[in-house]
Design a protein around this ligand. Structure first.
Ligand code: ATP
Length: 381
């Protein structure tokens, strides 16, 4: 996995002005009757990228994927694949293959039969099919299961058969609609790394639809966060988490404490935000332009908040007093819920890196919440 990580860190064609996108959605709209499922959406994806479409149910992710595969045509706008306009090109003539949520394996065929099916349809000679199927079985580590039928396999094994069947035809782009949806949590986590490994080995472009943000964060090079047929932000997992571009994305990804306030003063490099509802003044690094009197949001992740019994040196900004009213222990980390004097609940998290903690914080303790000026994100959208 180490080499995978170091390769991925270097892979960033979206930052290279010379790099040409492999897939482009240009002002794509898809309507079903009066309903707009995809709304004037533009997006580019690069060759060999692991790209995730992330959003709540009904936001248009699958529709986008189905248009790329050729099962739906855009109502307006166009989709380019390797520079070629895809309008009117049927699914089987596109260099794209799609793996469905249900895997859609043929129940009466063996694992081999399922993998060979598309190759037979394409008229590939029998000896080449046999060689390709053997290669695919090895790739997904199912050599011993070649003669089994789908019902004699576990969920994870079925998922691998579906994957092998999709990549057997050597598509340039693999589209995966909730590929791990049918697997339990532990198997999902293992399979995420297998998928990443497979994508790297094959050098394919993967476009994955998921509503599971942890899955998208783990696997993808970049994530498009979608809402109501629009893309809200396209960025790397770290950027989406650390530098969300809007209240929507900050709120959608991970856990966050969101404050709504008014800018009181702007001094070079810093912005003060009055949050009267929560009786707190927030001082944050001025990462976005704003002016005194402007309504803004401020988002801060639970792990960026400190809790202490001792009063911080400066309580005028970024500090509030409250009562610890709930503690959720997750093994690796603990999440504390603090009720401020204003009534507002703040979430703070700390890693349980040491096994025993002397005098740990407990229920009903009175604590100070505080954070640094670079701990959160100023949001103007
Ligand atoms: P999910 O995660 O639930 O699969 P999604 O983000 O993939 O959701 P889509 O399947 O793309 O969502 O659907 C987007 C919207 O378009 C939904 O409101 C859906 O009801 C609507 N829709 C999709 N296909 C059709 C269709 N053939 N006719 C009418 N409406 C449709």
């Amino acid at each position: 996995m180490k080499s995978l990580g170091s390769f991925r860190r270097k892979f960033a064609p979206w930052n290279d002005p010379e790099a040409k996108p492999y897939i482009s959605f240009e002002n794509v709209t898809k309507k079903f009757g009066d309903f707009t499922a995809v709304d004037d959406l533009s997006l580019t994806i690069y060759n060999r990228e692991f790209f995730a479409l992330l959003g709540a149910s009904g936001c248009g992710k699958s529709t986008l994927l189905r248009m790329l595969a050729g099962f739906e045509e855009p109502t307006s706008g166009r989709i380019l694949l390797d520079g070629q306009d895809m309008r009117g090109i049927p699914p089987y003539k596109r260099p794209v293959n799609m793996m469905f949520q249900s895997y859609a394996l043929f129940p009466h065929m063996t694992v081999e039969g399922n993998i060979a099916f598309g190759l037979k349809q394409d008229g590939m000679p029998a000896n080449e099919i046999a060689a390709r199927v053997a290669e695919m079985l090895k790739l997904v580590k199912l050599e011993q299961f070649a003669k089994r039928k789908p019902h004699q396999l576990s969920g994870g094994q079925r998922q691998r058969v579906a994957l092998a069947r999709c990549v057997a035809k050597r598509p340039k782009v693999l589209l995966l609609d909730e590929p791990l949806g049918a697997l339990d949590k532990k198997l999902r986590e293992e399979t995420q790394f297998e998928l990443m490994d497979l994508q790297m080995k094959l050098g394919l472009t993967f476009v994955v639809v998921t509503h599971d943000q942890e899955e998208a964060m783990t696997m993808a090079d970049r994530i498009a966060v979608m809402d109501k047929g629009k893309v809200k932000q396209v960025a790397t997992p770290a950027e989406v988490y650390e530098a969300p571009n809007s209240k929507f994305v900050a709120d959608f990804i991970g856990n966050v404490n969101m404050f709504e306030g008014t800018v009181s003063t702007v001094v070079p490099g810093k912005v003060d935000i009055d949050v009267p509802a929560d009786k707190i003044t927030i001082r944050t690094d001025a990462t976005r332009d704003c002016a005194a009197g402007q309504s803004v949001g401020f988002a801060i992740r639970p792990e960026k908040i400190r809790l202490s019994r001792k009063e911080p040196a400066n309580t005028a900004v970024n500090a509030a007093h409250g009562e610890l009213y709930d503690i959720a222990y997750f093994g690796d980390m603990t999440v504390f819920h603090v009720r401020l004097e204003s009534g507002r609940i703040i979430k703070a998290a700390s890693l349980n890196a040491v096994r025993t903690v002397e005098d740990p914080l407990g229920y009903d303790d009175m604590v100070w919440v505080n954070f640094d000026t670079d701990a959160g994100i100023l949001l103007t959208a």
